[in-house]
Design a protein around this ligand. Structure first.
Ligand code: GCU
Length: 655
């Protein structure tokens, strides 16, 4: 009966939500693990380590407090059943992955797993695809650094131009992912540069090593590939998806990948997007492009994740007929029904780009014959870059719960997968901001079950991460509402951006106003917002089915928080909340700033209750967050006061 030892945490690295204390309840018990296979060995290793630490025992016979049983059945099964009779809690699963998920379920329950009596209850993930995309580069990119939009240091996978020799850190990471049910990881940036393209070919032996580290935690690896690879790596004269030579190149290259990594997950592709190559170069469409790769992967059970983030990134700001929000729907919905079965169209949750507030992408409701995955950003590109506290699970929960047809299925039921851009780097805390670990944890939990309440997910994270129960209430105060605080501090009423161009940190109200990127707010002396109505604007509202196409179309029914995404309105326009747009701008920016100041005070009281280095890092970052919130408040308020000439009705200081 084999046991795989738990990967030791490299020196100085934070244990995140799996410190030894998190496994105390389980580790103090008599536990039996039955079954065989690599993931059962992982479970046995966890139990052996926890019982050694906390005084329990891993036994093979006799009465036990906890029985973890992998019984014959579907070996790929991810579900598990828990029950408690008499004094024994038992978890049964038919696959090693299910047993691993069951183990961590017991860990999360803590002492509660060992009291009372409960009927058998089956737990299964709500969807099969639960994936993290790393935007890591092998080389350090001159503008984007090693991890594109990474705010936690360099890559944990690569150093000095190659996959790291020591993958100890990756093993600790894989364990964290296994504990939250993430089952797929993409290892490199969607913008595929020269060295990274070679992960598919001559650097493949290193990918094999990475796959070997993720496998014992039930996580399959994927690569982002360049659509131009047949030319750049294969020396062919074309990338045309209908060309026989191109098809053969992908087929043989993919066969070689599977020969080395039999459980390889597949490819992620950003094509014809922000300068990446794609099928348009040969006059083909995205279904031709995606199916080319899908057919190379199909014999091996692989999947191609084809991104729908396709828009004109060289727009003329004077051109009012082009609307970036429309682009994904315009490009992809005509292709519905044309994608092979093993294509997953990966759609950003909103129509623009991971803003703090956007409507749900209309693509989600418009492609019933295509498998879709919704993409989130755990990395906080537009939400404080892991310098600011911003617990994003409430945002994702809202998106997954949105019903595109009014009643009927929610996004969570329509989507086959949930994917997010990772926020992890080689920082000792993994995520730069220690509290950003909760976003990684929460993403996994919500991907598993979107019906979990964000506060309950946070509660699990707090309970596992911090040994002192007294931190629970103050941490909820700091984090529960932090997304809404972030929204109040930044661009108002869904209009988006207003960030510094390029790096996207800190305020710059007109930073993107006269650029090529299609992200404008159109503020003038009379009003602000983007007219996306059918009546007088870009017609974007027409991409939604009823009832949203009409609710968004009218200023009277459009939700306040999205008003400026859909409408250009005068500053004196009265919101559904009863206040005017201009007064809302002032009020929210003063309030957001005060909330950040209050957060800093609440956190300050936790000295001595959380590890010192966590305390110090968060304290330092909260000072930066307050500085930044001051800048946002003063720049946004001053900008709109100067534009509109309307004073704050409460006479507060505006510059
Ligand atoms: C954003 C981000 C880019 C990234 C892109 C994408 O625009 O700023 O760095 O490449 O999204 O999702 O592909």
């Amino acid at each position: 009966m084999s046991a795989t030892p738990v990967a030791p945490l490299p020196d100085g690295v934070d244990p995140a939500w799996l410190p030894p204390s998190a496994l105390r309840a389980l580790g103090a018990r008599r536990v039996r693990v039955s079954g065989e296979g690599p993931l059962v060995a992982t479970v046995r290793g966890e139990v052996a380590a926890a019982t050694a630490e906390h005084g329990g025992s891993l036994v093979t016979e006799g009465p036990v407090d906890l029985a973890l049983v992998c019984a014959p059945g579907d070996p790929d099964g991810e579900a598990f059943v828990v029950r408690r009779d008499g004094t024994t809690t038992s978890v049964t699963a038919t696959g090693g992955a299910g047993l691993l998920h069951g183990l961590h379920h017991v860990v999360r329950l803590g002492e509660a797993a060992f009291s009372g009596r409960w009927e058998p209850r089956r737990h299964a993930p709500r969807r099969a695809i639960r994936m993290l995309d790393h935007w890591d580069n092998v080389d350090v990119h001159p503008v984007m650094g090693q991890v594109e939009r990474g705010y936690a240091g360099g890559s944990i996978f690569y150093a000095d131009g190659a996959v790291r020799a020591d993958l100890g850190r990756v093993a600790a990471y894989a364990r964290l992912l296994g504990s939250i049910g993430i089952n797929r990881v993409c290892l490199n940036n969607v913008n595929v540069h020269r060295t990274e393209a070679r992960l598919l070919t001559d650097l493949l032996p290193d990918v094999v090593r990475l796959a070997g580290v993720f496998r014992p935690q039930g996580v399959r690896v994927h690569l982002s590939v360049s659509f131009a690879a047949p030319m750049t790596l294969g020396g062919l004269p074309t990338t045309d998806p209908l060309d026989r030579g191109v098809q053969e190149w992908w087929a043989s290259t993919t066969a070689a990948v599977y020969a080395a990594i039999p459980d390889f997950g597949g490819y992620v592709v950003k094509a014809d997007s922000e300068g990446q190559p794609g099928p348009f170069a040969s006059g083909r469409d995205h279904a031709d492009g995606a199916n080319l790769l899908a057919r190379a992967l199909a014999p091996f059970g692989g999947t191609v994740f084809w991104r729908a983030f396709v828009y004109d990134h060289r727009q003329d700001w004077r051109d009012r007929s082009t609307d970036r929000a429309r682009a994904a729907h315009d490009h992809f919905t005509p292709l519905d029904g044309g994608f092979d079965e093993n294509v997953v169209l990966q759609v950003k949750f909103g129509p623009v780009d991971f803003q703090v507030r956007e409507p749900v992408s209309p693509v989600v409701a418009a492609m019933p014959r295509t498998r879709l995955a919704v993409e989130f950003q755990v990395t906080q590109e537009y939400t404080g870059q892991q310098k600011h506290v911003c617990y994003l699970v409430p945002q994702w929960s809202e998106v997954l719960g949105f019903r595109p047809h009014g009643d009927g299925d929610a996004v969570a039921e329509i989507a086959h997968g949930v994917v997010a851009v990772s926020n992890v780097g080689d920082d000792p805390f993994w995520t730069g901001h220690p509290l950003a670990q909760a976003n990684l944890f929460g993403f996994g939990r919500l991907a598993w079950d979107d019906r979990l309440a964000p506060e309950a997910v946070l509660d699990e994270w707090i309970g596992l991460t911090f040994a002192d129960p007294a931190v629970r209430a103050p941490l909820h105060e700091v984090m529960d509402g932090s997304w809404l605080t972030y929204e109040r501090c930044t661009a108002p009423l869904g209009v988006g951006f207003m960030v510094r161009p390029g790096h996207h940190y800190g305020p710059d109200v007109d930073g993107y106003e006269y650029t090529q990127w299609g992200t404008y707010h159109f503020a003038d002396r009379d009003g602000v917002g983007v007219d996306r109505t059918r009546a007088t604007g870009t017609g974007f509202t027409g991409q939604y089915p009823a009832p949203w196409r009409d609710l968004y179309e009218s200023v009277r029914t459009c939700p306040d928080e999205l008003l400026l995404f859909f409408h250009h309105v005068p500053y004196g326009h009265v919101l559904r909340s009863g206040t005017t747009v201009i007064q809302h701008v002032y009020d929210t920016h003063f309030a957001g700033h005060e909330e950040v100041a209050r957060t800093a005070r609440t956190w300050g009281a936790l000295r001595g209750r959380v590890p010192d280095r966590t305390f110090d890092r968060v304290t330092e970052l909260l000072a930066e967050q307050l500085r930044c919130a001051t800048e946002w408040r003063d720049q946004v308020n001053t900008y709109f006061w100067r534009k509109s000439g309307v004073p704050d009705e409460r006479g507060r200081r505006i510059w």
